[in-house]
Design a protein around this ligand. Sequence first.
Ligand code: GAR
Length: 197
Amino acid sequence: MKHIAIFASGTGSNAKKIIGHFKHRRDISVSLLVSNKANAPVLETARENGIPTLIIDRRNFYHSEDILKIFNQYSIDFVVLAGFLWLVPTYLVRAFEGRIVNIHPALLPKYGGQGMYGMHVHEAVFKNKETETGITIHYVNEHYDEGAIIFQARCPVAPDDTPQTIAKKVLELEHRHFPQIIETLLHDPAVQAHPKY
Ligand code: GAR
């Protein structure tokens, strides 16, 4: 059995899709939902699905490695960032090298970096009159949105699109592809081996 921890701090629509995708699987389970917001709606989704939740605070996350002990308790093999906006600390990146992925709502390297998240991305795409946008799933390193790209999918931006309609198209792409890409990565032999932490 491979155990996933999802980090999410927003609505959690991607987390919900991932949870649904693996719900009845015997070989893959979403075993922990981590959030930095005690009132994030995504926590309710986790509870409804019987998934343990963990609320983290900035000080502990950056100045202790306690989360690795908790990951150990839940035998976490793989980490998925789905709408989580904090930079991942070095100790966690190192412990989970090649086992942390993030989804970004644009075609990186365009529209990435600190402050580029959620609607800010779609507003920038709209303002620059881009003719296409999309999603990027990438490995996580110590820098915002800079890890190696695993997968991208594109969608057109029409002249009558607004930041809101762009957001909707992009979210649909995320929901369609993210669970499947996670599944493929979990079957990678490098991920099959137990992580070193
Ligand atoms: C998603 O669109 C994700 O790509 C984005 O936050 C949204 C979360 O939505 N992440 C970033 O912008 C990271 N830089 P959700 O809570 O409904 O899954």
